[in-house]
Design a protein around this ligand. Structure first.
Ligand SMILES: Cc1cc2nc3c(=O)[nH]c(=O)nc-3n(C[C@H](O)[C@H](O)[C@H](O)COP(=O)(O)OP(=O)(O)OC[C@H]3O[C@@H](n4cnc5c(N)ncnc54)[C@H](O)[C@@H]3O)c2cc1C
Ligand SMILES: NC(=O)c1ccc[n+]([C@@H]2O[C@H](COP(=O)([O-])OP(=O)(O)OC[C@H]3O[C@@H](n4cnc5c(N)ncnc54)[C@H](O)[C@@H]3O)[C@@H](O)[C@H]2O)c1
Length: 469
């Protein structure tokens, strides 16, 4: 069948492949940008990573473990939360202004459109433009002996916080491979339910923060009950033994041996592109990544890309914004919107002592040529830190000396760090300065009031004129 013979009902202005955050934002934005017929192809059982196996269930188990719930109860509560959230999201989707098409899509040669398969039935659809928003999946690296371990001993995050949890109870000993956000959040959860957790990461756990934050984070991780961190470390081989899985880990020039009951692999997520038949659509792929420009347009000008499938910035608010940019561009005859990654620079990790950053780090600001000034203060010796017995904590403010403009900030330590960082969002958005922060009113005693101390310190150290500083 050629695209010319596709019935009118199966012809679209814009077709979006994937129904997660990026896909639904792309479809919505395409409608709002004036596309007359927009369709979103989605897989009904697993349609949204954030709600069904990502942000929300992982935060559910973290919240339950903070409240002292044991493992099985945390998983039960996760299932209740996940069901409620997925039902609400499906309800919202039903009211969407675009067509919902169930199934899995692949490009046809030509491209003559896409083939959508659902419950054994195949449909041929075509569109003027397409958005690929098919997400990403956890991957397991080739490690000697891994493929010989009994099934269920090697887990990925979906097996714990996904739709179906594979574990009936918490393992006594767990090795978490990868100390990124997924590894550390789930390591935190398991440590709180009293699993002995060993975190192994090939790099120093410093990115994307400035080095002093990475180091403080690592110190805190090592001091967390039931948690150990071999960083940097490399898992070289695994063997099934009577005492569990024997792991051989290269760490600081020595080869360590540790036995654990399970392994959790969290070393990143790869784009879902294998089944899309991208070669049919002449979409260039380099190193498993779809090539795209700043408009999120691929090497085929009819096809855009958004969300985790781009293989960088795999965070929800970026997925939403990329979806919006790709959807608007796909609705128009020429792409007009570019993706602004800097405007969206906000990252949070929810480990035992959370870290959060907004805007530029000091090293990024220097690399961009700013005349950088920065101040960092310990939060554990601040009034509230003392009252709350906060063992660790740092807050850093990065500014441009020329105008005193705030460029970025990083916080580590207090459980409210993920919320506190948002205080800086309007300040950065409105290009606020050190003087603005000094003039604002801050309540005492709070962590937030430290921002004024940091701003005052920078004004007085650098001679920036600031009445009251
Ligand atoms: C454990 C975990 C915790 C996380 N926590 C956070 C957090 O706290 N904060 C944060 O900002 N981010 C977090 N993230 C990241 C966040 O979940 C993702 O960035 C975001 O959900 C990506 O959205 P997406 O639309 O790109 O992909 P998805 O939501 O995965 O949507 C892609 C959809 O496309 C479908 N699909 C795939 N192939 C096809 C095909 N051929 N045809 C049709 N459909 C197809 C998939 O089934 C899927 O439903 C977390 C991720 C994980 C895994
Ligand atoms: N709080 C949040 O915003 C949040 C939470 C969860 C996930 N996410 C997003 O999901 C995506 C995937 O998260 P992730 O933690 O799986 O990946 P990641 O890429 O962020 O981190 C992977 C970690 O594994 C390490 N690593 C890589 N190969 C290794 C190996 N062979 N052995 C040991 N360590 C190795 C890396 O050094 C890195 O520290 C990320 O983009 C992340 O931002 C965000």
């Amino acid at each position: 069948m050629t695209s010319a013979s596709v019935p009118t009902k199966d012809r679209f202005d814009v077709l979006v492949l994937g129904g997660g955050t990026a896909g639904s934002n792309a479809a919505q934005a395409a409608c709002e940008a004036g596309a007359s017929r927009v369709g979103m192809i989605y897989t009904p059982e697993m349609f949204n990573t954030c709600v069904q196996e990502g942000c929300m269930p992982s935060k559910s188990v973290l919240a339950s473990s903070t409240q002292g719930h044991p493992f099985s109860e945390a998983i039960y509560r996760k299932d209740v939360h996940l069901t409620r959230l997925a039902r609400a999201l499906k309800g919202k989707m039903q009211r969407a202004p675009y067509a919902l098409i169930e199934g899995s899509a692949r490009f046809l040669p030509g491209p003559e459109g896409v083939e959508v398969t659902h419950e054994g039935k195949v449909r041929h659809l075509c569109a003027r433009n397409y958005v690929i928003a098919t997400g990403a999946h956890a991957w397991v690296p080739p490690i000697e002996g891994l493929e010989r371990l009994p099934s269920g001993q090697v887990l990925i995050s979906d097996d714990i916080v996904g739709i179906e949890t594979l574990l009936g109870e918490a393992p006594k000993r767990l090795l978490v491979l990868g100390g990124g956000p997924i590894g550390l959040e789930l390591a935190t959860f398991f440590a709180r339910v009293e699993t002995e957790v060993l975190v192994v990461d090939i790099s120093g756990l410093l990115e994307p923060f400035d080095p002093e934050f990475g180091q403080a984070r690592l110190r805190a991780l090592r001091a967390t009950p039931h948690m150990d961190a071999l960083v940097p470390g490399e898992l070289q081989s695994v063997t099934d033994t009577a005492n569990g899985v024997l792991c051989r880990i290269a760490h600081k020039g020595t080869l360590l041996e540790r036995c654990v009951d399970r392994l959790l692999i969290a070393i990143g997520r790869k784009p879902n592109i294998e089944t899309l038949a991208l070669e049919n659509a002449h979409v260039r792929v380099e190193n498993s990544t779809i090539w795209h420009d700043e408009h999120l347009q691929t090497s085929n000008p009819q096809i855009y890309v958004a969300g985790d499938v781009v293989n960088h910035h795999q965070i929800l608010h970026y997925a939403a914004e990329m979806g919006r940019v790709a959807g608007i561009n796909a609705a128009r005859s020429e792409p007009t919107m570019a993706m602004d990654y800097q405007k969206n620079a906000l990252a949070v990790t929810f480990d035992e002592y959370p870290s959060a950053l907004i805007g530029l780090t000091e090293k990024e600001a220097k690399a961009q040529g700013y005349d950088v000034i920065s101040a960092t203060q310990d939060l554990s010796s601040l009034g509230v830190g003392i009252l709350e017995d906060l063992p660790w904590g740092l807050w850093k403010l990065v500014a441009d000396q020329a105008e005193g403009r705030i460029l970025g900030s990083q916080i580590f330590g207090p459980s409210s760090a993920p919320e506190l960082i948002h205080l800086l969002a309007p300040i950065l958005y409105y290009r606020g300065t050190l003087q603005d922060i000094v003039h604002m009113t801050w309540y005492h005693p709070t962590y937030a009031e430290l921002l004024r101390s940091l701003a005052r310190k920078l004004c007085s150290e650098t001679g920036i004129e600031c009445p009251g500083a």
